[in-house]
Design a binder for this molecule. Structure first.
Ligand SMILES: Cc1cc2nc3c(=O)[nH]c(=O)nc-3n(C[C@H](O)[C@H](O)[C@H](O)COP(=O)(O)OP(=O)(O)OC[C@H]3O[C@@H](n4cnc5c(N)ncnc54)[C@H](O)[C@@H]3O)c2cc1C
Length: 494
């Protein structure tokens, strides 16, 4: 039984099916994909969440498990530039292409930082070799695994935060911002996220940045088809309300009136929610209780989806629109938990790569603003429309002239929606944040700190959030669960 059909849950279901298990996957949502749902409105197609595909081989692997090819299910195409950074003074930095392309762009801002970038990339590669290649799909539930890694992590100075590491190599403030925002992609404040996460630089460099034609929703559709072909049973609109544990094993999954018997369970649910609401307290270890009580959550997200009746050809596929404040804005979001008047934004224009995602001559967009999670007490019902209009005005007065005149429709997701739609504790965008004290062995383990037949995947578990992270968490689960025995095997034709 797999509870939750985000990418972590789907990948776990496929991996266990390939091991011979009779697999059922359950989700409370009406669609598969978790945060990667897709909406359609008036002919405009919107991905709700993830859009930047890095490490595409992790998707390939899921098809290869069954001797199939990803390209028969959906198409991934490279995006160029990977991101355009737009600064308050109107200057732009295009990041992507070859190392030489990036160095040339860096030269627009700082001659000195050309060499600094090469050194930054080298350090990022060294961290990648340990943090991704060796550890991302390695089980981390035993303290000795962590202890073995301590010398390497110290050598790589992973006690520094991402901002400190970037400042060590780069002098220009605009470039420092561009090269330190990566933790925000996985829910972390660059000023408190361990520099392990600067491996993302090298990850992007190694495999590039891709987009799925038709949007991330087409990846979900492709995986849905694969699951059906392989005989995985899917129950949507089914909310799990509890687990029956007996003799330290989960025996049944309760979903309202429905009861599912089980012998092995993988949870793709936010682990804070899992341990707070689903696993009986007496069946949890002290470590699970401590993590659930004290772990810090990532920020929330305000995502505004909108269509325009014209095309903004000057807007590239991925834009990072930076506001005037950086550290103090992040402080407002992560520490003070106040909704500031200003913001920095990520703007997604999928129609730059796939025009079929909007009616002819139109564009579909989403713009994402990191905001405090729901520990803030912000009343989103009151704030939502006002905040949306502020964002529209800011885009209109910078890179999208006359935007309000060309808006066809708009709608938004706030941290409240994340809480109700995905059982995301306090509406956080990425489960618990990726600080050093919440990474690797310190993060929620992939083998439950509780019932012995319960395993965990997804953003709140090792190695962490983001599509590559949760796909790797499913690989860890795969390594922890033995090959099926006769008792839990079924012929897929049955
Ligand atoms: C707006 C946004 C943009 C992002 N952009 C990117 C990006 O560009 N690139 C990238 O790599 N990552 C990105 N991410 C991060 C990435 O999307 C997530 O980290 C990842 O998809 C989370 O996958 P997951 O396996 O943890 O499951 P989730 O997507 O969190 O899904 C978990 C599922 O479990 C279900 N569930 C919870 N409780 C229950 C219950 N009791 N019963 C039944 N079902 C339950 C939920 O409803 C949900 O469907 C983005 C995230 C967001 C929100």
């Amino acid at each position: 039984m797999v509870i939750g059909a985000g990418f972590g849950g789907i990948a776990s279901a496929l991996r266990l099916r390939a091991k011979g298990y009779d697999v059922t996957i359950i989700d409370q949502c009406p669609m598969l994909g978790g945060r990667a749902q897709q909406f359609e409105k008036d002919g405009f197609v919107y991905d709700a969440g993830p859009t930047v595909v890095t490490a595409p081989f992790l998707f390939d692997e899921l098809f290869e498990l069954f001797d199939k090819n990803l390209t028969d299910y959906f198409q991934l195409v490279p995006v160029e530039p990977w991101y355009r950074f737009v600064y308050p003074d109107g200057s732009e930095f295009d990041y992507g292409g070859t190392v030489e392309d990036t160095i040339e762009e860096i030269g627009k801002f700082s001659e000195h930082d050309k060499e600094g970038y090469k050194a930054l990339l080298k350090q990022s590669e060294a961290i990648f070799d340990v943090g991704f290649t060796q550890l991302a799909d390695a089980p981390f539930h035993e303290v000795c695994t962590m202890l073995k890694q301590v010398p390497a992590l110290l050598r790589l100075k992973c006690y520094r935060n991402v901002w400190q590491m970037v400042c060590h190599f780069l002098r220009n403030d605009k470039l420092r911002q561009a090269f330190s925002i990566q933790p925000l992609l996985v829910g972390g404040n660059p000023f408190s996220t361990t520099s392990i996460y600067s491996l993302i630089h090298f990850l992007e460099r190694k495999w590039g940045v891709h987009f799925a034609m038709g949007g991330t929703g087409s990846i979900v559709k492709g995986l849905h088809k694969l699951m059906l072909e392989e005989g995985i049973k899917i129950h949507l609109n089914t909310k799990v309300t509890g687990l029956n544990v007996d003799n330290n094993k989960v025996k049944q999954i309760i979903a309202g009136e429905q009861v599912f018997d089980c012998d092995t369970v993988v949870s793709n649910v936010d682990p804070k929610h899992l341990y707070r609401k689903l696993v009986p307290q007496q069946s949890q270890t002290l470590s699970a209780k401590v993590k659930t009580k004290y772990s810090k959550l990532s920020m929330g997200l305000f995502v505004l989806y909108f269509g325009t009746n014209k095309q903004y050809d000057n807007v590239v596929h991925h834009t990072i629109w930076l506001g005037k404040r950086y550290q103090s804005l992040l402080d407002d979001i992560f520490e003070k938990k106040i909704l500031a008047d200003d913001f920095s934004l990520y703007l997604h224009r999928p129609t730059a790569t796939d025009p079929s995602m909007a009616p002819e001559g139109c564009d579909s967009f989403y713009v994402l603003s990191p905001v405090p999670n729901n520990l803030s007490g912000i009343n989103w019902e009151d704030q939502k429309e006002q905040y949306a209009m502020k964002i529209i005005k800011a885009l209109e007065s910078s890179i999208m002239p006359e935007l309000s005149k060309h808006l066809v429709h708009h709608f938004a997701k706030t941290p409240d929606d994340f809480e109700t739609d995905y059982a995301s504790v306090e509406g956080s965008g990425f489960s618990i944040s990726p600080t050093f004290a919440q990474s690797a062995w310190f993060r929620y383990h992939n083998k439950a700190e509780g019932p012995e037949n319960l395993y965990l995947c997804g953003a709140g578990t090792h190695p962490g959030a983001g599509m590559p992270g949760v796909l790797c968490s499913a690989k860890v689960v795969d390594r922890l669960i033995p090959v099926a025995t006769l008792a839990n095997t079924v012929n897929k034709d049955e």
